[in-house]
Every structure is written in structure tokens, then in C-alpha cells.
Design a protein around this ligand. Sequence first.
Ligand code: PMP
Length: 351
Amino acid sequence: MKPQKLVRPLVEGLHAYVPGEQPKIPGLIKLNTNENPYPPSPKVIRAVKAAVDGRLRRYPPPTAQALRERLAKLHRCRPENVIIGNGSDELLSMAVRAFVEPGGRCQGFSPSYSLYPVIVKQHGAVWSSAPLKPDFSLPSPSGLRADAALTFVTTPNAPSGRGYAVKDLDALSRSLRGVVILDEAYVDFASADALALGLRRPNVLISRTFSKGYSLCFQRVGYFVGPRDLIGALDKIRDSYNVNGLGQVAAIATLDDLPYYRRNVRRVIETRRRLTAGLGALGFDVLPSETNFLFARPPRFPAKEWLSRLRARKILVRWFDAPATRDYLRITVGTDPEARAVLKAAKAILK
Ligand code: PMP
């Protein structure tokens, strides 16, 4: 009997997304995955602990309704304009399945979040990208195709850290006929946000996450805000209990303590300013950042060599091996002591 192929050819040809490492090295300064350096609010820890009891046997609220209502209030919209995901990554994948026919086209700028082409190819859709300008600002004309079914725009962008003006995002979304996702994962560290476009434009969805500004990567909670019909379409393909119960509890408790998180965001922005200046003084070419990371072209040695030299000093940063990014390091902004350690290590490497 001829053996039957067990895995779809499409899946055999896929390359999985490669997340930043999570190594367990004692004393490591981990600045490679843009996590928040500050812990969740004590109220969040208490709420999660208090929820760990016999109720774990029950299913969580299927649509995370209480959380949707809290977010709707925060963003001055209706719960029907909000959908919660198991991290925003889950919602990005769901958007491909909801809005793109297999074989259809998705697009984004390059470089941006490297997950997009992965989830598009998983769906059997086609990915294309338009290059950003050499300084990573938005090109005009955009170079994007008006007829693509789905367009991803990371704003502020990763890995460049650059923010885009809301008026440019508005003009861009009006120039595209398909769905446009403005991925605002890092917006809490930015000077402006485009949320209003998700409530005003029929084809725009705003993607947000509790992972970055709200120190909650571990719990996996993200959400989209946008037009009811697009949110309703996503809701139809949602797994019945896609957001785990402890994640819902943690996210609601987070919204009960927003001043705590705003304080932490301000601290990260202050550290970002100091780290930018310090690296600049050492000869790094640091792009202006609207995020919790810096994108910097290091002096003297190639960026890849800096990656290993910093690692030898127990500092882990990220390097992306693609033509537009390989001269740069992406460095998460940690605490002030971590920033000082980066500057000290960089000085020693340059000696
Ligand atoms: N969008 C961007 C641009 C990101 O960098 C990340 C984090 N890797 C995400 C979305 C996903 O965040 P999460 O799934 O943790 O909500």
C-alpha cells in the first residue's frame, strides 16, 4: 500500500515564526522581546491569585463580555466594537481567515512585524510588501496595492520604533479598498494613537495588546477595536473560549489600576530618552523611538558581532538578518539600571 501523505503540502512548505529566545541564564539582562521591565500592578497579582480556586473547573466567559464592556467604556464605543483575543497575535490570524480568500492577497510594509507573512502563508494566501523609506518613514505613494484584501500596518512600527502621523494613516487607509489593520501593540509608549480611525473608517481595525504597556505577556490578552460588521465577522470564527479565564481576570484588574501603568510607561519613556542619548554619545545611530525599544546602528563592528559581544556580557538584544535590518540592533528599553548596564557594556566593547 502506498503511504498516504499525512501533512498538507502547504504546511510542509511553511516556516514557523521565530520568537525571541527565553533563555534561563542567571543574571541575564533580557532586552530581546520588548517585554515591560515592570511587574503587573499588585492589584492584578492579587486578583489572579484570588481566582485560583475550585472555579478553575468551569469554562470562562466565552466572549469575555465584562472585559469587552470595560474596554468599550475606556474607548468610548460599544462592546460590539470590541473583540478579545488570546494575545493580539490570535486576532491577527483570525483576521486573515475572516477577510482573505485562500489565494487572496495580504500586504504590509517592510520591515515590520515578521509574524504577518507567516500567518498569511499558513492560510494559503499571498504576501507582498512595500519597502519603507531608508529612514523607515512611510513612502509616498505608499507602494501598497489598493486591491489587497488585507493590509497590516504596525504603528508605531517594529522593529524600527518609528511612529507614523495619524493623518498619514488616515490617508493610507482611505487609499486601500480592503481591510486595514493598524497594529498598535506599542502605542502606549507613543505620542499619538489612531484609535479614532477604527471607529470612523469602515475598513479599519485597531489592534491593541495587554502585553507591552500592561506587563501581561504571560496571560495572552489582546483586542481589536473597529466597525461592528468586521468585529462580528471575527466573532463568527472565534474559538468558543478563546481567552482563558485568568487572562480575563488579569486584564479587568489591569483596567482598575491604569494610573499604575501610566507611571511605568512614563518611566520607560524617561529611560528610553537616557539610553538614546547614551548610545548616541558612543557613536550609535539611534532612530527616534515611539515604543519600548530602540533600533540602533552600532559603530565599529557589524551589528551581528555586537549581538554576540553583548551576549558574552550577559546582555541579550535582538538582531534581524534581512537587508534592511541587518545593520541594526533592536534593544528593549528596560529599567534605568539595565540601561546603565547596556551603556557600560557598550563602552567596554568599544575600548
Ligand atoms: N504586534 C506587534 C507589532 C508585536 O511586536 C507583537 C509582539 N510580538 C504583537 C503584535 C503580539 O502581541 P501579543 O500577541 O502578545 O498581544
